[in-house]
Design a protein around this ligand. Structure first.
Ligand code: 13P
Length: 287
């Protein structure tokens, strides 16, 4: 059964570890992440961007697939199905489709508009027992088609949004989606500490988990980060493993062309990446 991310994140905050959000793209992705979480007895959050939702034939298809897999694979660890960087309309559609958690990304609106829309979604999520993530300070890299440098959130604005009663808050601290450029100055721990000071107990979310060095991840967790999003790293691992299979000519041997064989190395590569991250984040054995 899908659960809200609230309890798992409050436990993570209190236990000084973070729960990974891994974005899904298809059946193999979802199965790899769920099986790894179960094997490692770790809570997990499956992230679905609006684009990936469309690709997978809509939110109800995603809910059906994930619920079916949880049942058929006997997944007993806590699993949240979460909309990643949702629009207001997307968040409402996911709430109706059966997601257990949504992110409303109002970071590109003026703060008043972000507050108004977030408040409406807080009310809807509270009634249904769903968790809600809000964002302040746009995260850099390509987000909604806009490429930007990692912004640093204003702690006072973070407090305004946290006080609306959201479950978790994503605050920009110089983090970027996708690969980090060679001249990336690193996470702003000054901003993170100031945001934490302003929002108190609120579990914080670190986006752009791909390529952040392990020591920075650990420091971010020690400063209140309880959820870390990883997407690109699984994509890179999947594609490299698939390329290797084809380049080695394995698809030309015997029944190597069978899609279940072609996709197997990429599937294992996603599993290995998720395992590595769960170990780094400290969520192993915390289900
Ligand atoms: P990466 O693709 O950089 O890992 O970021 C993932 C993310 O933050 C999804 O919201």
């Amino acid at each position: 059964m899908l659960v809200s991310a609230k309890d798992m994140l409050n436990k993570a905050r209190d236990g000084h570890y973070a729960v990974g959000q891994f974005n899904i793209n298809n059946l193999e992705w979802t199965k790899a992440i769920l099986q790894t979480a179960q094997e490692l007895s770790s809570p997990v959050i499956l992230g679905v961007s609006e684009g990936a939702g469309k690709y997978m034939c809509g939110y109800t298809t995603v809910v059906g697939m994930v619920n079916g897999m949880i049942k058929e694979l006997n997944i007993t660890v806590p699993v949240a199905l979460h909309l990643d960087h949702g629009t207001y309309e997307g968040a409402k559609a996911c709430i109706n489709a059966g997601f257990s958690s949504v992110m409303f990304d109002g970071s590109h609106y003026p703060i008043e508009e972000n507050i108004k829309k977030t408040t409406e979604l807080v009310n809807a999520c509270n009634i249904l027992g769903l968790s809600l993530e809000a964002e302040v300070g746009a995260i850099g890299g390509e987000e909604d088609g806009v490429i930007g440098a990692g912004e640093c959130a204003d702690p006072a604005e973070c407090k305004m949004i946290a006080d609306l009663g959201v479950t978790m808050l994503a605050a920009g601290i110089g983090n970027i989606h996708g690969k980090y450029p060679a001249n990336w100055p690193g996470l702003s721990f000054e901003t993170l500490a100031a945001v934490k000071e302003a929002v108190g107990d609120m579990p914080l979310v670190l986006h752009g988990g791909t390529g952040i060095p392990a020591d920075m991840i650990k420091k971010a967790i020690s400063l209140g980060v309880a959820k870390i999003n990883v997407n690109t790293e699984c994509q890179l691992a999947f594609t490299a493993a698939t390329r290797k299979y084809i380049e080695e000519g394995k698809d030309l041997q015997g029944k190597g062309f069978d899609p279940r064989k072609v996709l197997a190395p990429g599937f294992e590569a996603i599993k290995a990446t998720v395992k590595e991250k769960m170990e780094l984040f400290g969520s192993v054995g915390k289900a």
